[in-house]
Design a protein around this ligand. Structure first.
Ligand SMILES: [Zn+2]
Length: 229
């Protein structure tokens, strides 16, 4: 089992991981960087290192943990190259990805009109992505070829977000995606599956800091709404 991080490993943004499990290549997420950093004075691209996908021979399956743009924003570009590869996600993730991609198209169009910035991809690529989607239910194992299976478990965070358990004779790999252990008004908290993992890839965005208190954030939101209405 080989795990290659194409982005997102030491940053928030461009989350994308390529797995090679006994010769089957699985891409987990392909996000973009919302605010590209510069490193040694060179502006980093918005994209994960997609070149490594083609160097590896292309993916056999694409799995999506959740809809946030830092996990899905580059998917149309991947599907452009590999239109026949299934893109597996939950139904709420599909619905939210459609909304976010429509929004991305609008933003890219206005950047093109105002600043002459070339869009990363067009509406045709977004439609191709939507056509490649295969929906999956939570807690229902899905076969990836003959010898691998993936199960999507509720990870909290946002609607449809999943923690992926990928099992094969090479071992059990858990990819957490983004997780939330506090329940929200509309989204449950993570349901940690009871199993023995051989490897865990765990997000750590808030590993070293505390979330704002949800109750006081709700009051702040209501105050803001009152001011603008
Ligand atoms: Zn997220």
């Amino acid at each position: 089992m080989k795990v290659t991080f194409l982005g997102g490993a030491d940053e928030v943004g461009a989350s994308s991981t390529l797995l090679d499990i006994g010769g089957t290549r699985i891409l987990v997420d392909a996000g973009i960087r919302i605010s590209p950093r510069s490193s040694r004075g060179i502006a980093n691209s918005q994209l994960p290192d997609l070149q490594l996908i083609s160097e590896a021979g292309g993916p056999d399956f694409i799995l999506v943990t959740h809809a946030h743009t830092d996990h899905t924003g580059a998917l149309p570009m991947v599907v452009e190259q590999y239109p026949n590869v299934p893109v597996i996600m939950t139904r709420p993730t599909f619905a939210l990805t459609q909304v976010l991609q429509k929004d991305a198209q609008r933003i890219m169009k206005s950047k093109h009109d105002e600043e002459g910035e070339l869009p990363l991809f067009d509406e045709i690529s977004v439609n191709r992505l939507m056509e490649a989607v295969q929906l999956v239910e939570f807690n229902q194992p899905v076969k990836l070829g003959d010898s691998i299976q993936v199960t999507y478990y509720v990870s909290g965070h946002i609607a449809g977000a999943a923690l992926l358990v990928i099992e094969s004779s090479h071992g059990t790999l858990v990819m957490s995606g983004d997780v939330s252990k506090s329940p929200q008004r509309t989204v449950k908290s993570i349901e940690v599956p009871r199993l023995k993992a051989d490897a865990l890839v765990l997000e750590s965005t808030y590993g070293g800091r505390l979330h704002a208190n949800r109750h006081s954030e709700e009051i702040r939101l209501m105050d803001t709404l009152k001011r603008v209405t």
